[in-house]
Design a binder for this molecule. Structure first.
Ligand code: PRP
Ligand code: URA
Length: 210
């Protein structure tokens, strides 16, 4: 059985996502909202991280208090739109290592084309959270996760903003061990394999390109 898909449908996320989807949202508004949502998504994707107790002293007394324990984290941004999610998550977890994998979706074949790969050397010892706002056909995310596994990653989570049902099915078939976290699963893909209703091209909306 495949690892679960968690739809993080907190009202604040849904509200901000609605504002992002609107055509009239400017790039700066879009980036700001994506960053705010990334904070909220980061809570959910890290909810079950183990903690251990250490002894500290408050101004009043000594106490045992929890700190993060266990596996160290590596955040992986799937370029370029992944950087829009990465930034906010890094604000919450500033000590995480960061890897980058550059992929773009060939407009004709829709295959993922890799142009960059740089990871910390000890991927096998880290919990890897791969981030990309969009999971459409899943070609990009499946290729990215395959590459991370080739690089030694054993414990991976995938975090996105929007997913298409078709892509979720393919992702789960190709990587049944990798849980997906998303703010919404939309209706379908259109004839150009864009998510419907979606929000358009995430990279273009973040960076104002076209
Ligand atoms: C977008 C998005 C995903 C991919 C999703 O990237 O950020 O990486 O498309 O589509 P898929 O699931 O069908 O592969 P894009 O190729 O537009 O590159 P960019 O991030 O550089 O804009
Ligand atoms: N990539 C995007 O940025 N948006 C989509 O809807 C599909 C792929």
């Amino acid at each position: 059985m495949a690892a679960p898909v968690t739809v993080v449908d907190h009202p604040l996320i849904q509200h901000k996502l609605t504002l992002m989807r609107r055509t009239e949202a400017s790039s700066s508004t879009f980036r700001m909202l994506l960053k705010e949502i990334s904070h909220l998504l980061a809570y959910e994707v890290t909810r079950d991280l183990p903690v251990r107790e250490i002894e500290i002293e408050t101004p009043i007394t000594k106490m045992k208090a929890p700190v993060l324990a266990g596996k160290k984290l590596c955040l992986v941004s799937i370029l370029r739109a992944g950087n829009g999610l990465l930034e906010g998550i890094l604000e919450l977890i500033p000590s995480a290592r960061v890897g980058h994998i550059g992929l773009y979706r060939d407009p004709e074949t829709l295959e993922a084309v890799e142009y960059y790969y740089k990871m910390p050397s000890d991927l096998d010892q880290r919990l890897v959270i791969a981030v990309d706002p969009m999971l459409a056909t899943a070609n990009s995310s499946v290729a990215a996760i395959t590459r991370l596994k080739e690089g030694g990653a054993k414990n991976i989570r995938f975090l996105c903003l929007l997913a298409a049902p078709e892509g979720v099915e393919i992702f789960q078939r190709e990587h049944p061990d990798v849980p997906i976290y998303t703010a919404a699963i939309d209706e379908k893909l259109n004839e150009h394999s864009y998510i419907v209703p979606g929000l358009g091209d995430a990279g273009d909306r973040i960076y104002g390109t076209r």
